[in-house]
Design a binder for this molecule. Structure first.
Ligand code: GDP
Ligand code: IMO
Ligand code: MG
Length: 431
């Protein structure tokens, strides 16, 4: 068996949580491969809305094993909150959630460093979620970090204190006030909870599962345009959010990757700073934000909205090797007379169809094609055959432009508001 991968193709918040939950009945194992509590993955079913940050989105299904992979960074405090919320809902969490020994820990001082660094950057701040993600991955690559496997080391407290002492020096440089003791109590409670969980070597576990014929779905966080290498640097997160991140974040060899499901919204959103060529700083963007409820699942911040950007989508499809597309939030575009899609950019006096090194507004100007919109409320649809012809045309246009079939269309936040679409026979296969 090969592991399938599901990941975001834009700037995050595409709806990964919802679709992982929808697909989980087909899988034995769901494994998060990168990111940490900067993620907020929303699921809705039976009138319940739930947001997950560190825990994979297959957790509500009795038969699936959920794994937090080695590529993930864990804040014990947020992890503890997540576990207690799930336990209150009757989820037997300890039986179905395993944590990689190689996953790194977010310390309270990582969060402080994140906040201090953002404050020092002033206007040029990244707009980080302030969850300590950057500093934790810096310690991972700088070979200073603490891992889940270290919790059982009798010298864990000493190791913790040594790292905190380094951080204290850095915080002095920032001239940043803080009270660490206040934060530490809850953190060590979280460590006790993590100690009681099942720790695994996820690279062995997943490869063994694949050998035994079990099906595995790797769940990404953030989106491809926030990737540390291929995103709009420096306004990115600190991990590889693309498909290759599933290999390094779980220990799955590239040849063992099967389907790559790429999720995108029918339009674009971005939260935090950084370039966004198709951003609509007007009433159309505001309508998208209100109808789409575009406010961050983790921070509550208002999301910036804009039309679909095909050069960016094609770029993400290419770097991920996407085999199937999943279009989210089609319902939000109902009621627009015309739907616009950016087909290419004007760049240094030329027309280009790819994503250049810089996508700042002074470098690229998006060029749009107008398609007919639709007025129908899509949220009650149960069959793909009932979608309006204008939406079908929009989807076919995207398939033709990208060469990848759209296999799912989401028309609302609930599990049930999901339309499965047969791949168009004529849709060309990506080479
Ligand atoms: P994720 O981070 O990729 O899992 O996405 P988020 O949960 O941060 O953001 C997606 C938001 O859109 C959540 O509030 C979902 O409940 C909601 N959502 C998901 N799919 C749809 C859809 O098809 N239509 C609408 N209207 N909302 C959706
Ligand atoms: P999910 O998994 C949307 C953004 C932040 C900021 C930048 C860096 O829910 O799609 P970080 O805290 O990672 O250092 O922030 O990345 N960001 C996200 N935006 N969805 C996310 O996750 C995000 N995780 C980080 O807003 O611009
Ligand atoms: Mg999110």
């Amino acid at each position: 068996m090969k592991a399938d991968v599901l990941l975001g193709l834009q700037w995050g918040d595409e709806g990964k949580g919802k679709i992982v939950d929808v697909l989980t009945p087909k899988y034995d194992v769901i494994a998060r491969f990168q990111g940490g509590p900067n993620a907020g993955h929303t699921l809705e079913f039976n009138g319940i809305k739930h947001v997950l940050h560190t825990i994979p989105s297959g957790i509500f299904h009795d038969d699936a094993v959920n794994i937090i992979g080695n590529g993930v960074v864990i804040d014990p405090v947020i992890f503890k909150w997540e576990i207690s919320a799930l336990e209150k809902m009757g989820v037997d969490i300890k039986k179905r959630l395993f944590v990689s020994r190689r996953a790194h820990l977010i310390l309270p001082t990582h969060r402080l460093l994140d906040a201090a660094s953002e404050k020092a950057k002033g206007k040029s701040k990244i707009g980080s979620t302030l969850k300590g993600i950057g500093p934790t991955y810096m310690d991972k690559t700088g070979r200073n970090g603490l891992r889940i496997g270290d919790i059982d080391n009798p010298k864990f407290t000493e190791m913790y204190e040594a790292l905190v002492a380094k951080h204290a020096q850095l915080l002095q440089f920032y001239d940043y006030d803080y009270n660490l003791e206040e934060l530490e109590e809850e953190w060590f409670e979280g460590i006790d909870l993590l100690r009681s969980m099942t720790h695994i070597d996820c690279e062995h576990y997943i490869n063994q599962a694949l050998k035994e014929g079990k099906s595995v779905l790797a769940e990404g966080a953030q989106g491809s345009l926030l990737d540390i290498d291929f995103g709009s640097y420096p306004f990115v997160t600190s991990s590889n959010t693309i498909c290759a991140g599933a290999c390094t974040g779980l220990g799955v060899a590239p040849g063992k990757v099967g389907q790559v499901f790429g999720i995108f919204k029918a339009y674009c959103t971005r939260v935090g700073s950084g370039p966004f060529p198709t951003e609509l700083d007007n009433e159309i963007g505001e309508q998208m934000r209100q109808v789409g409820n575009e406010f961050g699942s983790t921070t509550g911040r208002s999301r910036r909205c804009g039309w679909l950007d095909l050069p960016a989508l094609k770029y993400a499809i290419q770097v991920n090797g996407v085999t199937e597309l999943i279009m989210m939030k089609a319902d939000v575009l109902s009621g627009f007379d015309k739907i616009q899609v950016c087909t290419h950019y004007e760049y240094k006096g030329e027309q280009i169809h790819h994503l250049p090194y810089s996508i700042s507004e002074d470098v690229v100007k998006p060029v749009y094609k107008k398609l007919d919109g639709w007025n129908n409320d899509l949220t009650g649809l149960t069959e793909v055959e009932s979608i309006p012809s204008e939406l079908e045309n929009y989807i076919r246009f995207i398939e033709e432009e990208t060469g990848v079939p759209v296999s799912i269309i989401s028309v609302g936040p609930d599990r049930k508001q999901t339309l499965h679409r047969k791949a168009l026979q004529e849709a060309p296969v990506l080479d």
